[in-house]
Design a protein around this ligand. Structure first.
Ligand code: SAM
Length: 456
């Protein structure tokens, strides 16, 4: 599914496309028509000021057309850092010496309570790969535990799962546990680099890793979340790799990636950033985010706290639809952070609390959303994509986003947020065109203000 030669030929062929043609491509992209490999290669290889300006503008407009001004919030939860792999970029690689840890079910409950105190409703469950110390049964038990923790602060309503590539049988077990998205980053689509990065370890089988989503789809998981670890190889190759992977899934299963994450390589224990020649600068990174937005307009895009406050504030205008907030990348990291210590998988740059992120998004004109309704209403895979493509998504997602924001404001807002956000929520509600939906939303917002929860 990844045709290395075709990627190089496509890049070569589209090196010097004239400015007018590039602006036409961007114009086509802005009409939600997606981009061909040639078009992607042409835009990626041009950093002309006018073209970049048009690209950013189009990416922002697309984000607005499909996702409106909503930005979905989540946080990662690391349950085990046992790992048999030797990923050269990762702080949890097997040769790093530190006290490995796997959370007990009680410790998981403790972490979940802290996440709930922060207002989170959606998490990404993270674990290293170790069939003995972290078998799938442990992950399944952890999922049950997390869903069971219901406190006065609420509950986790969607668990996206980021565990190592596995078998159809195991994916079926994850599906039966009602997971949200199954997330797996290819790290790099460039096979030789992949093999160097993962020598002599379970994760080292490029083909097995690459076909993980095929097995997940065969097991009935139709929301899959892809990603590349930008910095391992040439970003242009990686973007085309992502697109080929997505096209393969669309052709074979009728639906491509639900989300694309764009993690960028950060300093971690046991690795030196100088050893990686493909680290990319902020400008290039922002451009590649915008190109992906144009290429696959209906796919969610995720940006984590690996990135700085400034970059996150800006990138949100170029197509990002989900952000993490208040994250810890350590096992038991939320409790440890409260106690003032922790071992993290890699450095994060944005240390703001979720409340600060919510305030900042609102100040920028975005609506932070804690909504998890789609997958709980069975709108996954191609049903979600049809909703997104129909444009009717606004009548479903806007009310849900506003209701979950109202919940957040009521339960976790300080007086400043309460006074500013409520006015904005009702103002946004008034913008809805469908009168029936608007009336129901306004009624529900009132109910939430008087204590009702989880309406969707
Ligand atoms: N065990 C799973 C696997 O092998 O795919 C989970 C992976 S890990 C918990 C989540 C992701 O963190 C990895 O897929 C990788 O892309 C990213 N990551 C690892 N080291 C990183 C670093 N130094 N900087 C930024 N991201 C990193």
């Amino acid at each position: 599914m990844i045709n290395e030669q075709l990627i190089y030929e496509t890049l070569e062929k589209n090196k010097n496309v004239p400015k007018e043609a590039l602006l036409d491509i961007i114009d086509k992209g802005s009409k939600l028509q997606g981009l061909t490999y040639d078009e992607i290669a042409a835009i990626l290889q041009n950093d002309d000021e006018e073209v970049t300006k048009a690209l950013f503008k189009a990416a922002g407009e697309i984000k607005n057309k499909i996702y409106g001004n909503r930005v979905v919030m989540f946080a990662p939860l690391y349950i085990s850092n046992y790992c048999v792999n030797s990923c050269k970029y990762c702080g949890y690689q097997a040769c790093n010496q530190f006290d490995r840890k796997k959370l007990s079910q009680e410790e998981i409950i403790q972490e979940v309570k802290i996440l709930e105190q922060m207002g989170h409703k959606r998490i990404a469950l993270e674990a290293g790969e170790d069939p003995n110390n972290c078998p799938l049964d442990y992950v399944l038990e952890a999922i049950d535990t997390i869903y069971s923790v219901k406190t006065n602060d609420g509950n986790i309503r969607r668990i996206n799962v980021n565990v190592a590539a596995t078998t159809v049988e195991n994916y079926k077990k994850l599906k039966d546990r009602d997971i949200g998205t199954y997330i797996l980053f290819q790290e790099t689509y460039h096979r030789p680099t992949y093999e160097v990065m993962h020598t002599d370890c379970l994760k080292g089988n490029y083909e097995y890793h690459l076909t993980a989503f095929d097995r997940a789809m065969e097991a009935g998981i139709d929301d899959v979340g892809a990603g590349v670890l930008f910095g391992l190889y040439d970003y242009k190759f990686e973007v085309l790799g992502l697109m080929m992977h997505n096209a393969h899934l669309e052709q074979k299963y009728g639906v491509g990636f639900h989300t694309i994450s764009v993690p960028r390589l950060k300093k971690a224990e046991g690795m030196d950033l100088d050893m990686f020649p493909h680290i990319l600068d902020d400008e290039t990174f922002k451009r590649l985010i915008a190109v992906i937005r144009l290429a696959v307009p209906f796919t969610g895009m995720i940006l984590s706290t690996r990135e700085s406050v400034e970059l996150r504030r800006e990138a949100i205008h170029y197509g990002i639809s989900q952000v993490s907030a208040g994250s810890s990348t350590g096992v038991g990291g939320y409790k440890e952070r409260e106690d003032g210590r922790s071992v993290e998988q890699f450095d994060v740059s944005d240390h703001r609390s979720p409340l600060e992120v919510v305030k900042s998004l609102l100040a920028q004109g975005f609506v932070p959303s804690y909504c998890t309704a789609c997958y709980r209403s069975g709108r996954t895979g191609d049903r979600f994509m049809q909703l997104a493509k129909s444009g009717n998504i606004h009548n479903v997602c806007s009310p849900n986003a506003l209701m979950t924001l109202m919940e957040y404001v009521e339960d976790f807002g300080d007086s400043e947020l309460k006074s500013s956000a409520k006015e904005l929520i009702y103002k946004e509600a008034e913008k809805l065109e469908n009168e029936k939906v608007k009336a129901l939303l306004i009624k529900n917002l009132g109910l939430i203000e008087t204590g009702e929860r989880d309406l969707f």
